[in-house]
Write a protein that binds this ligand. Structure first.
Ligand code: F6R
Length: 366
């Protein structure tokens, strides 16, 4: 049932071209410049007029929420707040019938996320669920929602569910942008035409698997690791760090690259691997200066770079290329090598990657 793969996690990483495609299927019409989301259609008037959106989630799903914040603010121009469900529910949040609250959850059963939306619902908010497990509790208590259609995820560490959540949030951002008149039909045609190519770009990114395995060998004895990115590369860095710590038990932290100088830079020495999301996008030049700061302190740098980029390649110790894409879709591609890196490091350390210690697939206790 692992389909020839050694672990469910690896199988699920390799399923991503398919799971991303399944999430988009029947929802995007690139030739017409149209996004259709049957699950939230009934609430289209609410979406046109809403003043803010609050996203609640835990763990990896919270990271997807941060990508969602970036996309919804950028394209639909609605202010978004992203909250840990466990914090939101216990701090008497200010919420009213004017708000839309989106719960993101692979399992649809996470206790804190459920309690957060129950609270928001009591206060009159409209609740949307972005969930993977059909018929689970969160979709049932939500008013509307979007299923991610990633298929069953067995590995405890979330991989394909994350990229499907990000895909669903991307569709949502463009759907709302379209409804609110924030994007033209011709712009949408351009974006959706590119979005449609993402599964094949993910396929290309997966081709670095052997290279990543070789790079991983150098890091099996690391004790700490830093993941840095800017813009939507920041949640990708957070997700990379979470994957590494949960399956390999190496301490890892994700940071916005510019925050490094406010503290974490003190950690850098020749023992410290630093992984940068250094693709060619709006923050490229800034990330390059952050890489120089790390190299000046003898940090070991692994960079995720855009195909063909030799500038960064020549500055760093190891580089992994990913295909170029519009910045809007970067998280979907840049996440792939980080999943593979964590996977190989964990396997070489002899860890049980599908069933990491102390973790459960669905956290139904608070
Ligand atoms: C990490 C991971 C967890 C979950 C979190 C929320 O790989 O799987 O951090 O993302 O427990 O779970 P769901 O999405 O089911 O609400």
């Amino acid at each position: 049932e692992k389909g020839g793969f050694d672990h469910f996690m690896l199988k699920e990483i390799f399923e991503q071209p398919r799971s991303i495609y399944d999430c988009m299927r029947g929802r995007i019409y690139p030739n017409e410049g149209k996004v259709q989301l049957g699950g939230v259609k009934e609430y289209v008037e609410k979406l046109k007029n809403v003043d803010r959106i609050i996203i609640v989630a835990c763990g990896t799903s919270w990271h997807a929420g941060l990508v969602g914040e970036y996309l919804i603010e950028e394209y639909a121009r609605i202010p978004v707040e992203v909250e840990y469900a466990s914090e939101f529910r216990y701090r008497n949040p200010i919420i009213s019938e004017k708000d839309i609250v989106i719960a993101i959850s692979q399992s649809g059963e996470t206790a804190d996320t459920m309690a957060a939306i129950e609270l928001a619902k009591e206060k009159g908010a409209t609740i949307f669920g972005i969930c993977n497990v059909v018929g689970s509790s969160i979709p049932r208590i939500s008013h509307a929602g979007i299923y991610t259609h990633a298929g069953p995820e067995i590995g405890v560490a979330s991989t394909k569910a994350f990229t499907a959540q990000v895909t669903a949030l991307t569709l949502f951002a463009f759907y709302v942008a379209q409804q609110r008149g924030k994007i033209t039909e011709s712009q949408l045609i351009t974006y959706l035409t590119e979005l449609e190519t993402i599964p094949s770009l993910v396929e290309t990114a997966l081709k670095s698997n052997e290279l990543i395995k070789k790079i991983a060998e150098h890091f099996i004895d690391s004790r700490n690791c830093l993941f840095l990115g800017r813009g939507s590369g920041f949640p990708v860095a957070l997700e990379g760090a979470l994957k590494l710590k949960e399956i390999s038990y190496i301490h890892a932290e994700g940071y916005p690259a510019a925050e490094m100088k406010h503290g974490p830079i003190a950690l850098i020495d020749e023992e410290m691997p630093v992984i940068f999301i250094a693709t060619k996008n709006s923050s490229y030049e800034k990330v390059i200066s952050n890489i120089q700061e790390v190299k000046a302190r003898k940090g070991v740098v692994i960079a995720i770079v855009t195909e063909g980029d030799i500038t960064v390649k020549n500055m760093v110790d190891y580089s992994i290329e990913i295909p170029d894409t519009n910045e809007a879709f970067l998280p979907l591609i840049a996440t792939i090598p980080l999943q593979l890196l964590s996977y190989h490091i964990a396997v070489m350390r002899g860890c049980n990657v599908d069933q990491p210690r102390n973790l459960a697939k669905s956290v139904t206790v608070e």
